[in-house]
Design a protein around this ligand. Sequence first.
Ligand SMILES: Nc1ncnc2c1ncn2[C@@H]1O[C@H](COP(=O)(O)OP(=O)(O)OP(=O)(O)O)[C@@H](O)[C@H]1O
Ligand SMILES: [Mg+2]
Length: 234
Amino acid sequence: MLKIENLCAGYGDMQVLFDINLNVEQGEVVSLVGSNGAGKTTLLRILSGFQPIKSGAITYLGQDLMKVKAYNRAEIGISHIPQGRGILGTLTVKENLIMGAYPKKYRKTVNEEIEKAYNMFPKLRERQNQLAGSLSGGEQQMLAIARAHMIHPKLLMLDEPSLGLAPIVVEEMFEIITRVAKEGVSILIVEQNLVQALSVATRAYVLETGRIVMQGAAKELLDNPEIQKAYLGI
Ligand SMILES: Nc1ncnc2c1ncn2[C@@H]1O[C@H](COP(=O)(O)OP(=O)(O)OP(=O)(O)O)[C@@H](O)[C@H]1O
Ligand SMILES: [Mg+2]
């Protein structure tokens, strides 16, 4: 459903991504792993339309994604949870969910959608009138996923969802992500933590200073001696 071909991009004269080839199929959970500054966030920002490309092509559900304006990408099913979660701390949980349904076609059914979100994440129902900024880190990430889910995304992108979360909360969150994928949503997760990224994904790509240096089934990558040496210190 998503196909990135020979993509090059950067900021001004500085090239950050080199010849990226990556694809995501429907209902698949794909991880993009790489250390600080590798270019992971840049790639997600390109997919959301916040960042231009220098060359290459991105096809999303058969259409040229670069021709779709950033503000129209939510309408075609692209939802992005930015690094740091991007929820609005001074608004309540419920208000954040309402914000998630901003594309026109979802506004009429917003109450139904909120109800669905509460059924999916009962904790959010309990805390619907609480300011989002006062939620725990795990609850904030849950709210970010629920909010992104309000538009029924076809492609959900998460930028370092496990950052700052306790391992048990990360596990819970990855269960939620797996549940969302089972609905047929394709998921692209960016992570620095290789073990976590590979535990939730079916396939993964390893990005090093803007280049994909390895890719494959998550299990195979975890067993790969080169990966173990470079990332796990084994
Ligand atoms: N707005 C910007 N202007 C100029 N350079 C930028 C900008 N944003 C990012 N960069 C540079 O692009 C490179 C890739 O950054 P990016 O944020 O995509 O990395 P990342 O893989 O997401 O890293 P992290 O794991 O730390 O979030 C870095 O060298 C960074 O300094
Ligand atoms: Mg980043």
